[in-house]
Design a protein around this ligand. Structure first.
Ligand SMILES: [Zn+2]
Length: 448
């Protein structure tokens, strides 16, 4: 099994320039290789064989394209091999019913990463500035460079790291992920967990998820599919029951259904991947208890099927990514003040938490997510101070904590719902695009 923990890098200006240069050069190589690949007739070999043919021309290419000599050889090889991965992914998308075109050349916006395989990298866990580690990369624009890295969780030994991928998010932040082959990874022991590396999720009605760091991830937009479904169903109702045309139309309806559930599932997997790779522990409400507490007429119950499904997926990713997933008692999470613990009654339409006892004010769902976090920490046994958790102190100066925050989402999508000063950061569901990151999706083509 592979797992790929991800860490933030803190390059200096020169290192940043070198990484940008390398990313762009590797991109040009990819485009060049794709062009070469497209000229090889399909009957010359399997996909793998044809891509490898292009890869084998690398040494000759370096004779005239001298910039390539400044880049580590496996990085170049991986870039060419990406053609194969991308074509395979294209096939998977087609099989899922997506409308995809053939592989296109990549613009700088679409080509964000490069990968070292097996060698050319080392990790020095302690020598970086401010208690950080150092990621040592060979032949990064011609030189060995040591880039500071924030290691918020421990990594297995270097020998087990198969690949190291450096990626620039649309926000400009650089991340590295280590692809590690392992049996089921061991979850961090409770004593080693830093409350900063944990998160509470409130599963909401208006938004799918609201987390204790103030992110709010919207529901997946399926309005196009819903429209199409209605159209297909209308058309079905006009056909003669069990006729050939009716049967054909019935299949079209089924396809739209399948596409919708695939999209929803895909979205949940990406979200679960993000949380379980970014944190050491994820806390959610226990819906089995919740169901008994809530009124069946409540909109929450309609959404509940989707949440249950999400929790199952979250647990699966938790096992894979060595992240604790803990369900907590949901009683009163929205009523309780995350700062002082006093309960205030609030109907669903009151979107803000405003505590009469201590004056703490926050978005309603954010307050709930903080309560989920604090219950989760207690249940798991992580030492933390309940009344004034570090998160809450941050919120009193929310703007500062956002500007230097460690995730791309927070810096990129600091768009508030209503402009209020304690409103949260809203992430549109369509932006949950790539495994491992909750980054902004830019207007990218359908492929990949
Ligand atoms: Zn209070």
């Amino acid at each position: 099994m592979n797992y790929s923990p991800r860490f933030r890098l803190f390059p200096n200006t020169e290192q940043r320039e070198a990484m940008d240069w390398q990313r762009n050069t590797v991109r040009q190589l990819y485009n060049h290789a794709l062009n070469e690949f497209n000229q090889i007739p399909e009957d010359e070999g399997t996909l793998r064989q044809r891509v490898w043919m292009v890869r084998d021309t690398l040494p000759a290419l370096k004779d005239w394209w001298t910039d390539l000599n400044q880049i580590y050889s496996t990085v170049l090889q991986k870039a060419v091999e990406r053609i194969r991965d991308n074509i395979n992914n294209l096939g998977k998308l087609k099989a899922k019913g997506y409308d995809v075109r053939s592989l296109n050349w990549k613009s700088p916006r679409e080509f964000r990463s490069f990968t070292y395989r097996q060698s050319g990298f080392e990790l020095d866990k302690k020598s970086g500035p401010n208690g950080r580690g150092l990621l040592v990369l060979k032949k990064l624009k011609g030189e060995t460079r040591e880039i500071p890295i924030r290691l918020h969780r421990d990594l297995p030994d270097h020998e087990k790291v198969k690949e190291v991928t450096l990626k620039k998010e649309p926000t400009g932040a650089w991340y590295v992920s280590f692809c590690i082959e392992t049996r089921t990874p061991e979850k961090p022991s409770v004593e080693d967990i830093d409350p900063d590396d944990t998160v509470g999720l409130d599963l909401g009605v208006l938004n799918f998820v609201h987390d204790s760091e103030g992110r709010s991830v919207g529901r997946f937009d399926l309005s196009d599919e819903r429209e199409r479904l209605e159209r297909e169903q209308r058309s079905l109702s006009r056909k003669d029951y069990e006729s050939n045309n009716w049967e054909k139309q019935r299949r079209s309806v089924a396809e739209v259904h399948a596409r919708m559930s695939n999209k929803k599932r895909d979205f949940k997997h990406k979200l679960a991947h993000f949380y379980t790779t970014e944190y050491d522990a994820v806390f959610v409400e226990n819906l089995n208890v919740k169901g008994m507490l809530e009124n069946p007429q409540n909109a929450r119950n309609k959404a509940e099927v989707g949440w249950r499904d999400f929790i199952t997926i979250l647990e699966h990713h938790g096992k894979k990514n060595a992240c604790h997933v803990v369900q907590v008692n949901p009683r009163g999470t929205t009523k309780e003040c995350a700062s002082c613990g006093v309960e205030t009654q609030k109907p669903l339409w009151i979107r803000e938490h405003s505590c009469l006892t201590c004056g703490f004010e926050l978005d309603r769902d954010w307050n709930a997510a903080l309560n989920v976090l604090s219950r989760g920490l207690s249940k798991l046994g992580v030492v933390h101070s309940e009344a004034t958790s570090p998160e809450i102190e941050d919120f009193w100066c929310a703007n500062e904590s956002r500007s230097d925050s460690s995730t791309p989402v927070e810096t990129a999508t600091a768009v508030s719902t209503d402009g209020g000063e304690y409103s949260s950061i809203v992430v549109d569901a369509s932006r949950v695009t790539e495994a491992g990151s909750l980054a902004l999706k830019e207007a990218a083509p359908a492929a990949e």
